[in-house]
Design a protein around this ligand. Structure first.
Ligand SMILES: *Cc1c(COP(=O)(O)O)cnc(C)c1O
Length: 460
């Protein structure tokens, strides 16, 4: 008998411990929104029914991760948990120096405080918000060079996260002396969770060699990216995902990592690299702000949980479920007539709010309007990725972001298919009233990363 194929997406786990979630009334949600100044980051999480704000640190840890927590050794220096963690990282990313940090942005800040500075320019396919902020905080310029398909929500290109190699070549030719390193984000989170191909990474590597620049990966979703390579890239079908990850790592000189993403942690990150002098400089900054180099702001138990999470992140049953269940949500929204970024990325579905709300000017934040409405309608929390997040320039002026998206990020191993079916229903209801949704204005905002704390008012 040939292998039977079934349509139902099976979560490759069963539930071992449950967390209650709570429904609220629409009236309560309207009051919560007003109290939060329409900023969803300001809501209390227990007033949220389905929380798709982010997939960062919100995943469910496995039985084996919780067991590993018990093995955590809290020695200040030289903890065995550090070596377990370091070896698990090196099993996939064979860099000489592995420096734990409390989360991804700490790795970015440390690296940029050494490599950045006024007059410098850091290219990336698309900088994630904290990465951009950490580059700009040093006075350097963050340059996004994703391929043109990556900016077209409807393009079906299989690797929309790819770097525009011609644009990178041009930047390095024109301003080579200003560029301290080249970054590639896998998958391209701010561009819709879109993957980067192995071929494109090889092209970036060649340019880095030609111009003598180190290549760093912002590798938060390395396993999802490797799965897409296996599924979509010529010659990669059927390969072990861990081997594809090793091929990716071998092309780079170092990486920054948020372990709150694919490594299945609730907290953590690392900076890894080969250059011993740069590693030493980074460790010096680390000691000043994070902690001793064998714990870097994490508890020994966190390091153990991450070491186990890394093993689970590259399992094929898990990745197949992860990618197909996210695509299931994307396909359903499309069937409901909601414009979504195509093809669906690994960790999230992105609604094209600019297309859904053509009556709202990008400078009145159509993404914010959709995100607020999803919470008001059904207690579903999502995240604007658009002009609120990226529209403010360092000089304080404002321009529309490349796209106005609303991200429905799917926490790892956390929600079941019926939770997702409910989200689909809420989105269908939203589509019916999209033409009536208002724009917003910002009444108060900080200088950087304003989306976390800005206050909004609906325009009537
Ligand atoms: C989450 C993320 C970061 C930052 O990591 P934190 O752990 O949130 O500090 C950097 N880059 C990308 C692509 C991310 O998704």
């Amino acid at each position: 008998m040939s292998e039977p194929v079934f349509r139902t997406i099976i979560e490759p786990f069963r539930i071992h411990s449950v967390e209650p979630i709570r429904m609220t009334t629409a009236e309560e949600r309207r009051a919560h929104l007003a109290a939060a100044s329409y900023n969803l980051f300001q809501l209390h999480a227990d007033d949220v029914l389905i929380d798709l704000l982010t997939d960062s640190g919100t995943g469910a840890m496995s039985r084996d991760q919780w067991a590993a927590i018990q093995r955590g050794d809290e020695s200040y220096a030289g903890s065995p948990s550090y070596f377990t963690f370091r070896d698990a990282v090196r099993e996939l990313f064979d860099f000489e120096h592995v420096i734990p940090v409390h989360q991804g942005r700490a790795a970015e800040r440390i690296l940029m405080s050494v490599l950045g500075g006024p007059g410098k320019a850091v290219p990336n396919n698309t900088h994630f918000d904290t990465t951009r902020a950490n580059v700009e905080a040093t006075g350097a310029e963050a340059v996004d060079l994703v391929v043109p398909e990556g900016k077209d929500p409807a393009s079906l290109h299989p690797f929309k996260g790819n770097m525009d190699l011609a644009a990178l070549d041009a930047l390095l030719a024109a301003r080579g002396a200003d560029v301290p390193c080249v970054f590639v984000t896998i998958t391209n989170n701010s561009g819709g969770g879109q993957p980067v191909s192995l071929a494109n990474l090889r092209g970036v590597r060649e340019l880095c060699d030609q111009y003598g620049k180190p290549l760093f990966l912002d590798a938060c979703r390395f396993a999802e990216n490797a799965w897409f390579i296996r599924e979509r890239e010529e010659g990669q079908a059927g390969r072990d995902v861990a081997d594809i990850v090793r091929d990716i790592a071998a092309l780079a000189d170092g990486m920054t990592m948020s372990a709150k993403k694919d490594p299945m942690g609730n907290i953590g990150g690392w900076l890894a690299l080969d250059d011993p002098d740069l590693a030493q400089e980074c460790r010096n900054v680390l000691i000043l702000t994070e902690g001793f180099p064998t714990y870097g702001g994490l508890a020994g138990r966190d390091l153990e949980a991450l070491a186990q999470g890394l093993k689970e992140a590259v399992q094929h049953d898990y990745l197949r479920y992860r990618i197909t269940s996210t695509a299931y949500l994307g396909d359903a929204l499309q069937k409901a007539g909601i414009p979504v970024l195509e093809p669906t990325g690994g960790h999230a579905v992105y609604i094209d709010a600019r297309a859904l709300l053509p009556h709202v000017d990008p400078l009145h934040y159509p993404g914010q309007s959709v995100a607020v409405a999803l919470y008001e309608l059904g207690g579903v929390r999502t995240c604007e990725i658009g002009t609120v997040m990226f529209g403010r320039r360092p000089d304080g002026t404002e321009r529309p972001a490349a796209m106005d998206l609303v991200r429905l990020a799917v926490p790892r191993r956390t929600y079941t298919q019926s939770h997702i079916d409910y989200v689909i229903e809420v989105c269908e209801r939203l589509a019916e009233r999209a033409h009536r949704l208002p724009g917003y204005r910002i009444s108060e905002e900080p200088k950087a990363l304003r989306h976390f704390t800005a206050r909004f008012e609906p325009l009537t």
